[in-house]
Ligand binder design. Structure first.
Ligand code: SAH
Length: 342
């Protein structure tokens, strides 16, 4: 076996230099095979599903890469009602989902009061299901209230662990320091925490990617979401090339070997850069997919990047299509909360 792959598999770590050799594609097939082996040792052929509910595209942030950034006057804004969100959960539960992910822009209308009431309602109706939030940066007090109301997990990608790179992707008012503060608060409060980064975001270097992996080691998250950067026509990054499928797959494999127990999704962005992107993500070590449960009217409007897939189908069609894709890739979608195995 390739020496770097072997060492990474045995020690769950590697030097900066050797990581960069793997980023360059030195041993893709061996890397992929080793990651799949580890994934099967820990999770077998199970693929966990998360029902993604895109609750609002109203956002106070101005991330340069994101299509729903505050400054994008062309975005057609919407916000779901609590009744709509609950009805997505009902449909999802009936389809076999045992985790709901409430994701959205940083929309001030989702106050602690509103969210705690909503989480309590979901938990009351579906006590066995996990509630995951992905609503950006909030105060520690806010995270604490949401946790007390029953939220189980929180997804907040760090986006890039290099302060200089972070500053090129975000306005000065948004800092890596606060992003990290949020992540450590969430961990401390007992959430299962997910973080991650975009691959091929503008100005990203191999050193930045090494910094991302080192930061993840420090945080030790339960979930790690990565996907290629994809341009959005109405953002400052409209002219930048999209991230590479191959580099994203390599990084999924590296993450699986560095974090054998992590829950790693084959993301929608991966399925957007290649028709078989998600299947290839699973074969590279991913073990989660996040089908869209949002109402059809919301899907097109929650447009983080151009050409997002699965904006037309109904939830039921979406899950049927994914089931056969997952099966063809050699894995199985299971009805399960899909908590992290430690
Ligand atoms: N407001 C929430 C949810 C953000 S959307 C939060 O701040 O966490 C979820 C993820 O989509 C982001 O963390 C980012 O990594 C990714 N994303 C945003 N714009 C993207 C783009 N143009 N290409 C690829 N991924 C993007």
């Amino acid at each position: 076996m390739n020496e770097n792959v072997k060492r990474l598999k045995e020690t769950c770590d590697l030097s900066d230099g050797a990581l960069k050799v793997l980023f360059a594609g030195e041993a893709d097939e061996e890397l992929r095979a080793a990651a799949d082996e580890v994934r099967r040792e820990v999770y077998g052929d199970a693929v966990y599903i998360r029902g993604l509910i895109e609750i609002s595209n109203i956002c106070r942030c101005d991330c340069c890469y994101c299509g729903i950034r505050r400054s994008n006057a062309k975005a057609d804004r919407y916000r779901l009602t609590d009744a709509e969100i609950l009805s997505c959960c009902r449909e999802g539960h009936a389809l076999g989902f045992r985790t709901f992910v409430l994701q959205g822009g940083e929309d001030g209308a989702f106050t602690d009061e509103r969210l705690t009431a909503l989480i309590r309602e979901i938990k009351k109706e579906f006590p066995e299901d996990a509630v995951t939030l992905s609503l950006g940066e909030r105060s520690r007090e806010s995270y604490e209230k949401l946790r007390e109301a029953g939220a189980d997990r929180y997804l907040l990608r760090h986006e890039t662990a290099s302060p200089a790179h972070y500053a090129r992707l975000h306005p000065a008012s948004q800092t890596l320091e606060n992003r990290k503060r949020c992540l450590f608060d969430l961990k401390d409060l007992g959430y299962q925490v997910g973080s991650g980064f975009m691959v091929g975001s503008p100005y990203q270097t191999p050193d930045d990617l090494v910094a991302d992996l080192r930061f993840l080691k420090e945080l030790s998250p339960d979930m790690i979401g990565i996907g290629p950067f994809i341009h959005h026509r109405d953002t400052p990054f409209a002219g930048f090339p999209d991230g590479s499928l191959d580099l994203t797959l390599r990084l999924i494999s590296i993450l699986r070997l560095m974090f054998p127990h992590a829950l790693i999704p084959a993301t929608t962005a991966l399925g957007t850069v290649a028709p078989d992107g998600r299947e290839r993500g699973l074969k590279a070590g991913a073990n989660v997919v996040m089908p869209n449960l949002s109402p059809a009217s919301a899907r097109k409007k929650y447009e983080l990047y151009d050409n997002k897939i699965c904006t037309g189908e109904e939830a039921a069609q979406c899950i049927e299509c994914l089931k056969s894709r997952v099966k063809n890739a050699g894995y199985n979608i299971v009805v399960d909360r899909g908590d992290v195995k430690k």
